[in-house]
Design a protein around this ligand. Sequence first.
Ligand code: NDP
Length: 241
Amino acid sequence: MGRVALVTGGTRGIGAAISKALKAAGYAVAASYAGNTEKANAFAEETGVPVFQWDVADPQACAAGIAEVEGKLGPVEILVNNAGITRDGMFHKMSHDNWKAVIDTNLGSLFNMCRPVWEGMRERGFGRIVNISSINGQKGQMGQVNYSAAKAGEIGFTKALAQEGARKGITVNAICPGYIGTEMVRAVPQDVLDKQIIPQIPVGRLGEPEEIARCVVFLVSDEAGFITGSTLSANGGQYLA
Ligand code: NDP
């Protein structure tokens, strides 16, 4: 069995594609999720990937969840911080609860998840961490002050931690997807997609979750050891950072 890879939010959307691609590449994959147990169990049944439930915004829950995964599969050598949420709204109407939920889930989770696996990665002299940020963390997005701040924070986190891990064989990278055809994006009316969203994307289409998954498989491979602290934009040319 290959190295152990843990994907947060790995049961749905982009995370599900990442879990499947890592499994196909030979890794021993564990997928975490928040609360949609029905979906998670269906995913586990379909793929054979074990699923684990905890809230990535809760540091104690992350430590306990990682201990459970490691007890079943072995030390986590690859961590993909994919779990994320949006709570959109114009800033003049944004509640503190919606600010905090988005910061804690998207950015706070990076501390909560990396901290318990970091020591082991340092001791073993190997680790791969990939943080799924967003194009909106690079360019900012109206109606998403909370999300843009969290996703931009993920990029800073990535660059700083990469420097700390470099001498220990640990790489830390970020991927910034543009519009990806997940359930959420496909639920947007076709008219809005065709007239407003697709025209902003030079390649003329949405991205596929599998296209993000392939970026992850590349960055976590043993052969990608010279790539660290980088931000990989996968957005069809929509924003050239
Ligand atoms: P989805 O909403 O489809 O799936 C989110 C996953 O994260 C689910 O498995 C969900 O679990 C889990 N999750 C959510 N909150 C928590 C939490 N507090 N604790 C643990 N798990 C949690 O998301 P997407 O696939 O659309 O997005 C994945 C990542 O990609 C996110 O970080 C997002 O910000 C980023 N992204 C997405 C883009 C897109 O176009 N879709 C574009 C750019 C970036 P459960 O099923 O139990 O709810």
